[in-house]
Write a protein that binds this ligand. Structure first.
Ligand code: UT7
Length: 320
């Protein structure tokens, strides 16, 4: 049987920073409130003219370098993003061109908001298992600050920009052990952008609208359930998981999932304090951080999980 293994990771954060002190000047908030309610201290912000595809291409190059894979060997590119450069072409096609990949491999975007990376990882894994690809670039990249309403203190304190990528390769040994994807479109009204190409956008462009507290409660309960689903599907005990690599939405959501797993926070990869919520980019950003600093080591078992707009949610159990 063919498996899909993570053979390289990379990430990229734009150099601009937006601190809680900066936000105190924009809306009626305080550093203390933001840290206590979200765990966030600062987020990165893309420079003017720096696009989602630029962030994605930087992260992808780093992942390819780490994997020792030349761009020409890539035969599938999947980009998870909610903030594409344009309506079309797909950001994955733009990234393909920026990486100089001229082999006509498949390249497409996935839109599952904060669960986008899990959806993209599942998709690429299934391409590899079906032997329709051997080397895939899976990227989560966002310029969320471009769709943030800096007049809405209820959610503008969360969002940041960044990108993370993994190279997945066909292998005889297990890598991505299982993925679990779900959605429930009935919750659109709790988390959405006001407008888009089909419904018409306000002059300032679409902005994120969120009923934060309702989303928070759904996220905690849903992630609890997907932890059970993932462990049960693989006949694993909580103690079999070495690292939780969660979507970085809010430290309190992450703490609740860690508690569910009976894990101390020392086994959870946390980047939310420095990155904020980077939607589809947050899991690969966290993964790359912990791979590069040596915490995540080959052979360890990782549980990735995410919840976001749609609602969408999902998990991936990965032998690194
Ligand atoms: O990633 C995809 C999915 N998204 C999420 O998972 C995000 C989920 N939601 C959250 O992270 C949290 O709900 C927020 C951080 C957005 C909000 O935190 P909360 O603890 O749920 O606050 P709340 O909305 O229940 O508001 C509590 C109070 C309210 O004041 P009153 O009505 O009690 O007087 C808000 O007006 O906090 C107030 N508030 C703020 N105060 C200072 C809301 N935002 C702020 C703020 N600064 N930025």
């Amino acid at each position: 049987m063919t498996h899909a293994r993570v053979v390289g990771t990379g990430s990229y954060l734009p150099s601009g920073l937006l601190t809680n002190a900066d936000l105190e000047k924009l809306v009626d908030t305080t550093d203390q409130w933001i840290v206590e309610r979200t765990g966030i201290r600062e987020r990165h912000v893309a420079a003017q003219g720096e696009l989602t595809s630029d962030l994605a291409a930087h992260a992808a190059r780093r992942a390819l370098d780490a994997a020792g894979v030349v761009p020409a060997s890539v035969d599938l590119i999947v980009v998870a993003t909610t903030t594409p450069d344009r309506v079309f072409p797909g950001t994955a096609c733009i990234v393909q061109a920026k990486l100089g990949i001229a082999n006509a491999c498949a390249a497409f975007d996935i839109q599952a908001v904060c669960s986008g990376f899990i959806y993209a990882l599942a998709t690429a894994t299934n391409f590899i298992k079906a032997r329709q690809a051997r080397t895939a670039l899976v990227i989560g990249a966002e310029t969320l600050t471009r769709i943030t309403d800096y007049g809405d203190r209820g959610n503008c304190i969360l969002w940041g920009d960044g990108a993370g990528a993994v190279v997945l390769a066909a292998s005889d040994a297990p890598g991505v052990i299982s993925t679990h994807l779900h959605a429930d479109g009935r919750y659109e009204a709790l988390l959405y952008t006001d407008g888009g190409p089909s419904s018409g956008s306000p002059d300032a462009g679409p902005k994120v609208r969120m009923q934060g507290n309702a989303v928070f409660k759904m996220a905690v309960n849903t992630l609890d359930a997907i932890v059970d689903e993932t462990l049960a599907a693989n006949g694993l005990a909580k103690t079999d998981v070495d690292w939780l690599v969660p979507h970085q939405a809010n430290i309190r959501i992450i703490q609740a999932t860690a508690k569910k797993l009976g894990m101390g926070m020392e086994r959870v990869v946390l980047t939310v304090d420095r990155h904020g919520n980077t939607s589809a980019a947050s899991i690969p950003l966290a993964l790359d951080t912990a791979v590069r600093d040596g915490r995540i080591r080959p052979g360890q078992t990782l549980l990735m999980e995410a919840f976001g707009g749609g609602f969408t949610w999902g998990s991936a159990l990965v032998r690194y």
